[in-house]
Design a protein around this ligand. Structure first.
Ligand code: ADP
Ligand code: MG
Length: 238
């Protein structure tokens, strides 16, 4: 389990200040939901943690190590995207084992890790299929599997359920949360969906215009909103 500290993390695109400076600590084993309207900077923040986007200022620290300038491939984390980003020409098995094969890990060990993930994610029987022959929910689980086999310290989810229909979304929410608990992972889950935040989070961090509006448990934000924006977002009755 990893502890993640964001210390005054900033992002500018040219002259545009997208994130003026965020301080946030995510505790080991925590499931933090990062929520906020479209354009509030959620993806930018995740991408900086993953190293896919450079920071303009501040530090990103995992278990005491400053990884702000660490190459993305050397960061011990995994990111699940809205579009899943699966390789279309590879089978389920090949998609899931790809990163491990690149790292030249022992083939027998790879096969075992993939097999475990397939069972855990209820994908047995689909090993030889390609992404085009899977449902949206199954593709989503393959994307999860690709992360799990690497056994990362930290999971980053960028709206991974947006492409699923409402029923599957509700079910997959629970599956992801269970998986997090079972793996003893630390996770940041981005969504713009208030219900998703309420049902999944240990704590919610609510962003608006790149600024943290409130950090707390779902109950905190709902019952004691820090401002009218938080109240409006959480649906707190007046
Ligand atoms: P969210 O994920 O919360 O919808 P984003 O992090 O994608 O928000 O975007 C935050 C802000 O940064 C938006 O105003 C967006 O237009 C801007 N932005 C994102 N990526 C870029 C980029 N590559 N160049 C310029 N502006 C960007
Ligand atoms: Mg986004």
């Amino acid at each position: 389990m990893a502890k993640l500290e964001l210390q005054n993390v900033k992002k500018n695109y040219g002259a545009t200040e997208v994130i003026p400076g965020i301080d946030l600590t995510i505790e080991p084993g925590e499931f933090l939901v990062l929520v906020g309207p479209s354009g509030s900077g959620k993806s930018t923040l995740l991408r900086m943690i993953a190293g896919l986007e450079e920071t303009t200022g501040g530090n990103i620290v995992v278990d005491g190590d400053d990884i702000t300038r660490t190459d993305p491939s050397a960061r011990d984390l995994a990111m699940v995207f809205q579009t899943y980003a699966l390789y279309p020409h590879m089978t389920v098995e090949q998609n899931m084992s790809f990163a491990l094969r690149m790292r030249k890990e022992d083939p027998a060990a790879i096969a075992q890790r993939v097999e475990e993930a397939i069972v855990l994610l209820d994908l047995a029987g689909l090993e030889k299929r390609k992404p085009g022959q899977l449902s949206g929910g199954q593709r989503q689980r393959v994307a999860m599997g690709r992360c799990i086999v690497r056994n990362p310290k930290l999971f980053l989810f960028d709206e991974p359920l947006s492409n699923l229909d409402a029923k599957l979304r509700a079910q997959t929410r629970l599956e992801i949360r269970k998986l997090h608990d079972r793996l003893g992972a630390t996770s940041i889950f981005v969504t713009h969906d208030q219900v998703e935040a309420m049902t999944m989070a240990d704590r919610i961090a609510l962003l608006k215009d790149g600024t943290l509006q409130q950090l707390g448990t779902p109950q905190d934000l709902y019952l004691n909103p820090a401002n009218t924006f938080v109240a409006g977002f959480m649906g707190t009755p007046e």
